[in-house]
Design a protein around this ligand. Structure first.
Ligand SMILES: C[S@@+](CC[C@H](N)C(=O)[O-])C[C@H]1O[C@@H](n2cnc3c(N)ncnc32)[C@H](O)[C@@H]1O
Length: 218
């Protein structure tokens, strides 16, 4: 696939990675590689894009051990954090793509996920960077393609200009033909079963108001 010329994410690594973590990267990560056929075979599969430190992904995977969870994250320290949990808690239902979700999308067949999560995507506040924002008409189209009938796309954001951007996008005629925006009147309340994330905790500490978007495939 032709790689896009601009990046959607910031840092790929922040803290240093110790010897034990390197071993997990070398030994465990290859076993958790995303296998499209495995997703196709599974009775239920869920995708989380940009899982950060992985707290949400791990929590969901532990609650639903029969569901296959696909996590995608270019940030190496976040991937290592998930590997540590997978290893110590013997979690069997997580697979990881340590990279950009856009490189995985074209390989994915239609209708494979019951849920897709995009929690606190990078807001890219400067206007000249808006083209890097992940939520676009193209993203909405892809999410619709990947979801099963009645599947749900969950998005959360704490950044006011990105919230307006997302709300414009999901209320457009285009998106409305693909999804029901089911919580339009209650978007400041998290959806049922919500699991907090690291970025949400930061947003709340800094007194920002998260918006939560629940979109059900038509
Ligand atoms: C603001 S953080 C939020 C992390 C986490 N979801 C949370 O709520 O704590 C955004 C995350 O999205 C990841 N990300 C950005 N662009 C991405 C892409 N194209 N594919 C996959 N992940 C991406 C970043 O590396 C970063 O970890």
């Amino acid at each position: 696939m032709k790689k896009q010329s601009f990046r959607l994410y910031g840092r790929q690594k922040s803290g240093s990675i110790n010897h034990a973590q390197h071993e997990l990267m070398d030994q465990l990560l290859p076993n958790l590689d995303v296998d499209i056929q495995e997703i196709d075979r599974s009775t239920d599969a869920v995708l989380e894009i940009g899982f950060g430190n992985g707290s949400h992904l791990i929590s969901l995977a532990q609650k639903s051990p029969k569901t296959l969870f696909i996590g995608c994250e270019p940030f190496l320290n976040g991937v290592v954090s998930v590997l540590e949990h997978v290893d110590s808690k013997e979690i069997r239902n997580i697979r990881i793509h340590n990279g950009d979700i856009r490189h995985l999308f074209p390989e994915m067949p239609n209708g494979i996920f019951s849920e897709i999560y995009l929690l606190y995507p990078d807001p890219w506040p400067k206007k000249r960077h808006w083209k890097r924002r992940l939520v676009t008409q193209e993203f909405i189209n892809t999410a619709h393609r990947l979801l099963k009938a009645n599947g749900t796309l969950y998005i959360a954001s704490d950044h006011d200009t990105y919230q307006s951007w997302i709300e414009n996008c999901i209320s457009s005629v285009y998106a409305s033909a693909l999804f029901n925006w089911s919580n339009q009147n209650t978007m400041t309340a998290p959806w049922s079963g919500w699991q907090p994330t690291k970025y949400e905790e930061k947003a709340l500490r800094e007194k920002r108001t998260p918006h939560y978007y629940v979109l059900t495939k038509k």
